[in-house]
Design a protein around this ligand. Structure first.
Ligand SMILES: CC(C)(COP(=O)(O)OP(=O)(O)OC[C@H]1O[C@@H](n2cnc3c(N)ncnc32)[C@H](O)[C@@H]1OP(=O)(O)O)[C@@H](O)C(=O)NCCC(=O)NCCS
Length: 176
């Protein structure tokens, strides 16, 4: 069975979809994304996550059947917008079918077009899926231990400036 997946930039109207996504995430997925046993997602945090300026802060969502099943985001500091911290999450039922890779590829491409030259991500040392993803997608990345996590640092090549992908552009087809 093939199911259509689309990706698009996040929008404030996604607040309800984020609230619905939260209970579908396992504790392990939440811990790997936030590096802490986050139990509840305050409304203010969700509002912050879905409200981005599409420049210094960006988030792309993967949507299946009207539900958000994955999110990749970057944050660039005002003081140095050539750098960005990246984070990604795919809900458990949809992991392993290529959505994480697709979201990170689109996000880093968008970041490169906006002038980002270095991206960093904080990952746990036993997080094989994300380390595999980085190895394949961003070869040449360096991995530096920092207390009990790893900081992955990747250089992005400049890309020609062009329009961002159209909202709801077809991504791929997959099934969980
Ligand atoms: C990390 C994460 C985003 C990957 O997304 P995904 O959609 O499951 O991954 P993909 O299907 O795109 O696969 C990406 C790579 O991980 C590998 N992978 C996927 N699931 C795996 C698993 N259970 N064990 C080992 N490797 C796995 C794939 O083989 C692929 O590697 P390749 O490119 O070398 O073939 C997802 O597992 C997740 O949300 N994890 C919890 C949050 C997290 O760890 N975030 C990262 C820190 S911010």
């Amino acid at each position: 069975m093939h199911i259509a997946v689309t990706t698009r930039p996040v929008q404030p109207e996604d607040e309800a979809l984020f609230h619905r996504l939260w209970p579908r995430l396992s504790r392990e997925t939440v811990h790997r994304r936030f590096h802490a046993p986050v139990r509840t997602l305050p409304a203010g945090t969700v509002r912050y996550l879905v409200t981005v300026d599409h420049d210094l802060r960006e988030a792309l969502v993967a949507v299946v059947g009207g539900e958000v099943v994955g999110v990749a985001r970057y944050d660039r500091p005002v003081a140095d917008p050539s750098t960005a911290e990246v984070a990604v999450l795919v809900e458990d039922a949809w992991q392993g079918v290529g959505l994480g890779r697709q979201l990170v590829a689109e996000l880093t491409s968008l970041a490169a077009r906006r002038g980002v030259r270095t991206v960093t991500a904080t990952v746990q040392p036993d997080n094989r899926p994300v380390l595999g993803l980085v190895r394949r997608l961003l070869p040449g990345s360096t991995v530096t231990p920092d207390d009990d996590v790893l900081v992955v640092t990747s250089r992005l090549d400049p890309e020609p400036v062009s329009e961002p992908p159209a909202p709801d552009s077809p991504l791929t087809t997959a099934s969980p």
